[in-house]
Write a protein that binds this ligand. Structure first.
Ligand code: PLP
Length: 349
């Protein structure tokens, strides 16, 4: 796709993409109804399409990935329950503590490696009220993230997911997947979406990240789960009316932008290869599995970010010595080369 006209190379996030002409036309043409009344045909089509792609019974269109996770946690748990998640997960770090405020849950954190958890570590964190003389909260939900954002875009192996699924079943816990970038994991792992989510009770997928839609996520699960989630979406203020206009962008994204995710992954790899080994910069190349590149800087990441920006390369500084670069729809080969050269020039100064 043609880059958005800009002299800047915007590697901050895959959320910065703008809807292309074809997507905007699909939105303008969308047949709409009133989705709060359940009669918006385009929303129904999107929900069904995502559910079917993931091998689930039903789907629910929600405004954001954060709301999707919040609705899932609320639907699966009772106040006083405990949820289990990786210590750098989006749900724990970047969702305002919604699990506590909106669901009344505590959280047990698992230390992961590059954002991915080990099944044995998950098992150790499961506490049950029963048998503890009511000392412990009740662990009822295990939340995983695939790909892992703070892990560097890393992907779970299918065997690991199956093992954690077995532990969840043995422990009477449900499983929720924050699959904001599930389709990146599909492309990177070679597994189908339905294989990667078969052990989960619910999955949230984002349309507004690598897929390039302007807004929206879809939460999928069993029919009874989605019926209950529908009620929580209402209470969280996420019921939308002529949202078929937004759903049409999501359908367009699914039909046009899935296969091309491999281009983003190849470009992230190229970018990482051009930076790795430069003076004062380090990349764990094993983590570059999808569209993200995390760069460790010997000097302050903020200083690097500012210098890069002066040379037309935008990225995020996460923490004192970490830069995050993401490839997406608007980043082409030439920009990857140019960004690599800027890093090389700055590293010589
Ligand atoms: C892994 C992950 N989950 C959830 C979200 C939340 O999505 P949203 O920004 O649509 O609320 C993000 C956003 O970047 C994310 O990276």
């Amino acid at each position: 796709m043609a880059a958005i006209p800009s002299s800047q190379i915007d590697l901050r996030s895959d959320t910065v993409t703008q809807p292309c002409r074809g997507m905007r036309e699909a939105m303008a043409r969308a047949e709409v109804g009133d989705d709060v009344n359940g009669d918006d045909p385009t929303v129904i089509r999107l929900q069904d399409e995502v559910a079917s792609l993931l091998g689930m019974e039903a789907g629910l269109f929600v405004p954001s990935g954060t709301m999707s996770n919040a609705v899932a946690v609320r639907t699966h748990t009772q106040p006083g329950d405990e949820i289990i998640a990786e210590e750098h997960s989006h749900l724990y770090v970047y969702e305002g503590g919604g699990y506590a405020a909106l669901s009344g849950c505590s959280i047990a954190l698992v230390q992961g490696k590059y954002g991915l958890v080990d099944p044995a570590e998950v098992k150790k964190r499961i506490r049950k009220s029963e048998g503890s003389q009511s000392h412990f909260p009740n662990a009822s939900l295990i939340c995983l993230e695939n790909t892992s954002n703070r892990g560097g875009g890393t992907c779970y192996r299918l065997e690991t997911l199956n093992e954690i699924g077995d532990i969840a079943r043995e422990s009477d816990c449900r499983m929720h997947l924050d699959g904001a970038r599930l389709f990146n994991a599909v492309v990177a792992s070679g597994n189908s979406a339905s294989e990667l989510v078969a052990m989960f009770d619910s999955v949230s997928v984002c349309l507004s990240k690598g897929l390039g839609a302007p807004v929206g996520s879809v939460l999928v699960g069993s029919k009874p789960f989605i019926e209950e989630a529908h009620r929580w979406r209402k209470m969280f203020g996420g019921g939308m009316r002529q949202s078929g206009i937004l759903a049409a962008a999501g359908l367009y994204a699914l039909n046009h932008n899935l296969d091309r995710l491999k281009d983003d992954h190849n470009r992230a790899r190229k970018l990482a290869e051009s930076i790795q080994g430069l003076n004062g910069l380090h990349i764990s190349m094993d983590t570059v599995e999808s569209n993200m590149v995390y760069v460790q800087t010997e000097e302050s990441a903020d200083k690097w970010k500012k210098q890069l920006e002066e040379h037309g390369v935008l990225c995020f500084a996460l923490g004192e010595n970490t830069l995050r670069l993401l490839t997406h729809l608007h980043i082409d080969e030439e920009q990857v080369e140019r960004a690599g050269k800027v890093f090389a020039d700055l590293s010589r100064k």
